[in-house]
Design a protein around this ligand. Sequence first.
Ligand SMILES: NC(=O)c1ccc[n+]([C@@H]2O[C@H](COP(=O)([O-])OP(=O)(O)OC[C@H]3O[C@@H](n4cnc5c(N)ncnc54)[C@H](O)[C@@H]3O)[C@@H](O)[C@H]2O)c1
Length: 292
Amino acid sequence: MAHHLNGKAKLVGLLGYPISHSLSPQMHNTAFSHLGLGYAYLTFDTKEDNLDDVVKAMRVLNVKGFNVTMPNKANIIPLLDEVAPEAQWIGAVNTVLNDNGKLIGYNTDGRGYVQSLREAGIAFEGKRIVMAGAGGAGKAVAVQLAVDGAKEIVILDMVADMAAALSNTINEKIPSCKTQGLAFSDENLKEALQTADILVNCTPLGMTPHEDKSIIADPSVLRRELIVSDVVYKPAKTKLLKMAEAAGCRTINGFGMMIWQGAMAFKIWTGEDMPVDLVKQKFMETLGAAGK
Ligand SMILES: NC(=O)c1ccc[n+]([C@@H]2O[C@H](COP(=O)([O-])OP(=O)(O)OC[C@H]3O[C@@H](n4cnc5c(N)ncnc54)[C@H](O)[C@@H]3O)[C@@H](O)[C@H]2O)c1
């Protein structure tokens, strides 16, 4: 047992299923240990039908907070006392703080993505973005880009209604950002990319074990000025990012988003900055994941 876990230690954790593969315990426990903070991060198998009971247990045990993942990110919302506006617009919570008995929900996925761009020195404010995939990750990324100053987002999803619903939410809640929601097709993607500054893939295409897949069929749509970003981080270089590199584009993968969404949850619970470089180094040792 780590030396900082005494009788005053606080519990945080992850509710979801399946979660035994999660990198979050390693991330947070490495950081708690390094900073000598009296916290422990554990995983709690939680399926949809026992979420209610598990949340009651979290209250009874007076945990400091918890992360929430599949299949509970949307279902948790009615069980909380308060939900931050971005998380309401996204329709999903991934981080909960127990603030003296009041459970407050946040979504740090989109903030993590935006921070990964900032860390890489990529400006998105006032820019035109094209995004493929309007599921859990896509909603968080699009809402946060809009909140933080993107000028325009074209959202493409193979389920056109998903793209339209996300576009409508952003147009209504964050009118400073203009959005369009369209069915994903090679033609719509090609047209949207003609004036885009940043392309972001929020579909699972390219993720292990589907490394041979990419949202781009014809690499000639990739202009060298375009920044190409993928929320997938396993493999570190997806087919999309390889195509983009070959076209001379700057690329960034989802590793930074994964780290920074955790760092923001860490800050919400502890008030401290996560030692991000140390956590990245530990992950690279275990995952072999490349940074940017
Ligand atoms: N880096 C991170 O921290 C991070 C965080 C969350 C998710 N992710 C990754 O993001 C990816 C998406 O996860 P999610 O939770 O949003 O999944 P999801 O299933 O909620 O959403 C995926 C969306 O992509 C759309 N889609 C799928 N195939 C498509 C295609 N060929 N063309 C157009 N649209 C298509 C689906 O209709 C769906 O709306 C996964 O690979 C996941 O690992 C990364």
